[in-house]
Design a protein around this ligand. Structure first.
Ligand code: MTE
Length: 317
């Protein structure tokens, strides 16, 4: 895949967590790799690299210089999350330890040349991993900056060899109410998300397999999740077990849950408020600051073209 090395993708320090709250990215990732399980930062043992993870040796991956920058520290980023399968609290990391991430298979089906099921580890080993520092803007009006490891979703689309009728990707999270107590609640489980084929093959769409220079911690959606940084965070579905190539726009978990509040597109736009609150600014988690929200979360230069001719759609909800 070609990554365009443009300055616009970089995250300048002034946009990120203040100095006293971040560590230099490379030194942190190197330190993490050297120290191994349980020793990245005090209190983070439960989210450290699992010793028996067969992909552990792939981390930290090569940094993509086009997406460099400073990021929210791990003890903040991994302690303020949304993972409703394990409860509604932001402090869901301990509950998410119940997620059994191996063995883990991902089904690729629908309008593809050859439907298949592939082990997460086999997929991860097959793909070119890289690190990218991305802004992450939740629809709840908070944000972080995360150092992800992963591979472009486009690589997976190429691998799946979709048929010409495939217009959308439909992603699904695991379904196991015994393991994930949140799935016993009233929501329309399993969690489902979707992208158009054009969005999925945009350079920014990343399949995330790691964070902070290690395999993905459970709370981030191990073993594999999506991140589309120009959209509200709920599009970035965690712990994916199925990717279907489909002709029709999939109905997503949040559209099903709150059709008046959440739509399919969910592109970040400070001028389009949520029905119950403004999207004009965001709280930068871990800093106590509020900053103005940017259109497409600051990635407009790279994604705005995806929406030409779609002005009649509710692109920002
Ligand atoms: N994916 C699943 N399966 N379950 C979830 O509850 N929450 C979403 C998204 N993906 C969610 C999910 C929301 S609302 C956000 S903001 C992000 O994950 C949070 O990602 P983070 O915890 O890594 O910050």
């Amino acid at each position: 895949m070609h990554v365009i090395h443009r300055k616009g993708w970089e995250i300048p320090e002034r946009e990120a967590t203040p100095e006293h709250l971040f560590l230099n990215r490379r030194s942190l990732l190197k330190a993490g790799a050297a120290l191994g399980a349980g020793t990245i930062a005090p209190g983070l043992s439960s989210i450290a690299m699992a010793a028996d993870n067969p992909t552990a040796g792939l981390y930290p991956a090569r940094a993509n210089d086009a997406f460099k920058g400073v990021f929210t520290p791990e003890d903040v980023g991994a302690r303020y999350n949304n993972f409703y399968e394990f409860g509604l609290s932001k402090k869901v990391y301990a509950a998410a330890e119940a997620l059994k991430t191996r063995p883990w298979t991902i089904k690729i089906d629908g309008l593809v040349e050859k439907p298949m099921e592939i082990g997460a580890d086999d997929l991860i080993k097959m793909m070119p991993l890289e690190e990218r520092v991305y802004r992450h803007r939740c629809v709840e009006a908070w944000s972080m900056v995360l150092p992800w490891t992963g591979f472009p979703l486009k690589k997976l689309v190429d691998y799946a060899r979709p048929l010409s009728g495939a217009k959308y990707l439909r992603f699904e999270t695991f379904m196991d109410p015994k393991m994930a107590s949140g799935q016993r609640s009233f929501f329309p489980w399993p969690y489902v998300e979707g992208l158009t084929m054009a969005e999925a093959t945009n350079d920014l769409a990343l399949m995330v397999t790691g964070a902070y220079g290690k395999p993905l911690a459970n709370v981030f959606g191990a073993p594999i999740r999506l991140h589309t940084p120009w959209k509200y965070g709920f599009k970035s579905i965690k712990s994916i077990t199925k990717i279907s190539f489909v002709a029709d726009r999939p109905k997503t978990f949040w559209e099903e849950s709150g059709p008046g509040e959440y739509g399919f597109w969910a592109n970040v736009n400070p001028q389009v408020p949520h029905p119950r609150w403004s999207q004009a600014s965001e709280e930068v988690i871990g800093t106590g600051e509020r900053k103005p929200t940017q259109l497409f979360n600051g990635y407009g230069e790279f994604v705005a073209d995806l929406y030409k001719g779609l002005e009649g759609e509710k692109l920002y909800i």
